[in-house]
Design a protein around this ligand. Structure first.
Ligand code: HEC
Length: 137
């Protein structure tokens, strides 16, 4: 194997991590006012529609090794876990990705994806934010 290969991989992981770490959370929509937000009741239906195609229970190789279909899987995270940190909007990179406050190529769902899955609405992003702030239960 070429010696520069591990270096290139290391550098791209660092770039990925720093791109996500730079997110300006003041650009996110404010938290939804709804109380008692839970994954099963409020978040899973959103993910089912917008994420399962690539991160669902039937996906043989979930993208980024991330599964979005159970609370446990979401809290466990994927390749670059954690993706959700209960109570911590700054560290919850999933929110930065669905909220589109990171580089375009990190948005979730991916911009212009072939499956034509639309970005989350402002209301949905606000609900994901409320869910994380309320402890990601
Ligand atoms: C059309 C396919 C597709 C859809 C739909 C999609 N994703 Fe992704 N997702 C990807 C791919 C591809 C990656 C891996 C990106 C990479 O490695 O750079 C990824 C990576 C991620 C990661 C990073 C996991 C990690 O730890 O590395 C998270 C979090 C994520 N997606 C969340 C979501 C959420 C939440 C939704 C729905 C709102 C969603 N994705 C919808 C394709 C998709």
């Amino acid at each position: 194997m070429n010696k520069t290969f591990p270096l290139a991989v290391g550098a791209s992981v660092l770039l990925y991590v720093s791109a996500l770490a730079d997110a300006d959370i003041s650009k996110l929509p404010p938290s939804a006012s709804q109380k008692g937000v839970t994954f099963d009741k409020d978040i899973k239906p959103i993910f089912e529609k917008s994420c399962f195609k690539c991160h669902g229970p039937e996906t043989e190789k979930p993208k980024g090794k991330f599964r979005a279909d159970t609370l446990a899987a979401v809290l466990k995270g994927g390749e670059n876990s954690p993706d959700v940190v209960a109570g911590d909007v700054k560290k919850s990179t999933l929110l930065h990705q669905v909220g589109m406050i990171v580089d375009e190529d990190e948005w979730m769902p991916p911009k212009d994806n072939k499956a034509k899955i639309a970005p989350l609405t402002k209301e949905q992003i606000a609900l994901v934010r409320a869910w994380i702030e309320q402890g990601a239960k």
